[in-house]
Design a binder for this molecule. Structure first.
Ligand SMILES: Nc1ncnc2c1ncn2[C@@H]1O[C@H](COP(=O)(O)OP(=O)(O)OP(=O)(O)O)[C@@H](O)[C@H]1O
Ligand SMILES: [Mg+2]
Ligand SMILES: [Zn+2]
Length: 506
């Protein structure tokens, strides 16, 4: 039997025509290659698994290809230079992984070697992967080189996190943004691969893979890769689910029912059944998040504020859990503990409200608890009808906001579900209870703005405010622990990573 070559490698784009979904970047690069106006430094940024490294190698291959007609940017894939690039043995293509210490040494090293002429072709191409991982020193070394690059050098910095790159470096690069793939694009590519590999995949299974991949072509191809060698016949939806450890959405729905209904014991039973059936915990958490988000949208559409807040709090806890599950030593216990706690909270917060947030002696909850469904008389007197508001003196509800929400796509909308709008002249104030949402929402502002302008006029400004309540206090819950400057410094110094996070009560 021939050795199984991973689809991921086998189907790396070897021509620009084969690079899916990055038309703008691909066209611009080809134009530069054909006209001979290649920049000395490029920055390829964007979501993971979208073709940045592939495009960087393509650029390198084209530049040194000897069999390429002048009128085309496509590498011939037959000349010695092309073959060397494809086999990973090209001397004039230097790949540096900045995520490792080794990579950082390589960048320091680079300053001396970059001036040496290329071994074979006209260009020497440096691909610096995970470029945001470079240290300050390494960035400085790189910057010096970028300021006076020798004519034969081309740098391609690839990163999933351009925000962590110094502006001085970005300023020296021609910047291309690689887009997440749509489900249609992913399905198109997978169909092409399945056909070439002569494997039958049901359309529903294809859809499931595309959804699970969340815009990353690499993840999609990787998932198909897991399925092909294991499946003995055509890949069905059921087969794909069980092989990928994705639980039936109906089962997840019932798990979510138990959690929201305060039935902790049944929730744990259900979780154990899913686990025993091979359900992957990360997929379970993802599935719960999707279910929760759908219910939240439904609650908002029905203007059911009580349910919406409860769901928003649960969603926030699940988002946090999603981040933790990856690195926790005991992910199963973590998921169990979180779901049990959410269920217990649902049970205890539903009939009797907890104390109002103004009482300082109340212990800070580990996860945001549901907002009280009724407030004590003192607070109720000053709050809006129904006593559902936490803050005293709440202005009349803003009409038009839910219409704005409905115009956003699902991902963008999720960032704003927690927002409580107030309109003050030409100022829209959005109040957030959770740091995570507050940050996400600001990142998505460009998507929101046109709809807000259509609603409140062209001069409108948006003010993003974080509520100063217990649940939004900066602390371990407000952002990922890795974002903490102190943690970042430690991780950097020891070249380590965060493997486990333990919450310490105040
Ligand atoms: N645009 C694309 N078209 C076709 N296949 C792609 C594309 N992007 C990614 N792939 C598939 O995913 C694999 C990995 O892609 P690549 O390494 O180029 O992604 P990347 O953007 O550099 O990812 P990362 O951010 O994780 O470094 C490729 O070998 C290929 O199978
Ligand atoms: Mg890459
Ligand atoms: Zn060639």
């Amino acid at each position: 039997m021939p050795e199984y070559q991973s689809l991921y490698r086998k189907y790396r784009s070897q021509t620009f025509a084969d690079l899916v979904g990055q038309d703008a970047s691909s066209r611009a690069l080809q134009g530069a290659i054909i006209s001979g106006r290649v920049a000395h430094a490029y920055l390829f940024s964007g979501s993971r698994g979208t073709g940045k490294t592939s495009a960087a190698r393509l650029l390198a291959k084209s530049l040194n290809c000897t069999g390429r007609p002048r009128s085309s940017a496509e590498p011939c894939n037959r000349c010695e230079s092309c073959l060397d690039v494809m086999s990973g043995s090209a001397l004039d293509l230097i790949e540096i992984d900045a995520a490792s210490n080794r990579g950082i040494d390589d960048v320091r090293d680079l300053r001396e070697k970059v001036n040496l002429a290329p071994a074979r072709g006209p260009y020497k191409v440096y691909i610096i992967d995970e470029a945001h991982g470079l240290t300050g020193d390494a960035f400085n070394a790189l910057l010096k080189t970028l300021e006076e690059p020798p004519p034969h050098a081309v740098f391609v910095l690839c990163t999933t996190d351009a925000q962590k790159m110094p502006l001085t470096v970005i300023g020296r690069c021609q910047h291309f943004v690689f887009r997440r793939h749509s489900e249609e694009m992913i399905i198109g590519r997978l169909t092409h691969i399945a056909k070439a590999e002569k494997v039958a995949v049901d359309p529903e299974a294809m859809q499931l893979i595309a959804r699970t991949a969340q815009g990353s072509m690499r993840d999609a191809v990787g998932l198909l890769d897991q399925l092909v060698p294991l499946a003995s016949g055509p890949i069905s939806l059921e087969g794909a689910r069980s092989l990928l450890g994705i639980a039936d959405p109906r089962v997840l729905d019932s798990l979510l029912d138990h959690v929201l209904g305060g039935e902790a014991a049944s929730a744990l039973d259900e979780l154990n059944r899913i686990y025993a059936a091979g359900g992957e915990l990360r997929q379970v958490v993802r599935g719960l998040m999707e279910g929760c988000r759908d219910r939240l949208v439904a609650a908002l559409t029905k203007r059911d504020q009580v349910a919406a807040r409860r769901l928003s709090a649960v969603l926030d806890a699940l988002l946090h859990l999603d981040g933790e599950v990856r690195r926790h030593a005991e992910p199963r216990l973590l998921v169990e503990a979180t779901l049990a706690r959410l269920a217990v909270e649902a049970e205890t917060t539903q009939p009797t409200p907890p104390a109002p947030p103004a009482v300082p002696t109340a212990a800070p909850p580990a996860v945001p608890t549901a907002v009280p469904t009724a407030a004590p008389p003192a607070l109720r007197a000053t709050s809006a009808q129904g006593g559902e508001e936490l803050r005293p003196a709440v202005p009349a509800p803003v009409t038009g906001w839910s219409e704005v929400l409905e115009k956003l796509n699902r991902t963008v909308r999720a960032a704003y579900l927690d927002a409580q709008p107030e309109v003050d002249g030409s100022m829209l104030v959005l109040w957030f209870r959770y740091g995570f949402h507050h940050k996400k929402a600001q990142e998505q502002s460009a998507q929101l703005m046109p709809h807000v302008r259509a609603w409140l006029g062209d001069d409108v400004k948006i003010d993003y405010r974080l509520r100063d309540t217990e649940t939004s206090k900066p602390g371990p819950r407000s952002a990922s622990p890795e974002d903490d400057p102190f943690v970042r410094e430690i991780v950097k110094r020891f070249d380590g990573r965060v493997t486990r996070v333990k919450e310490v009560s105040e």
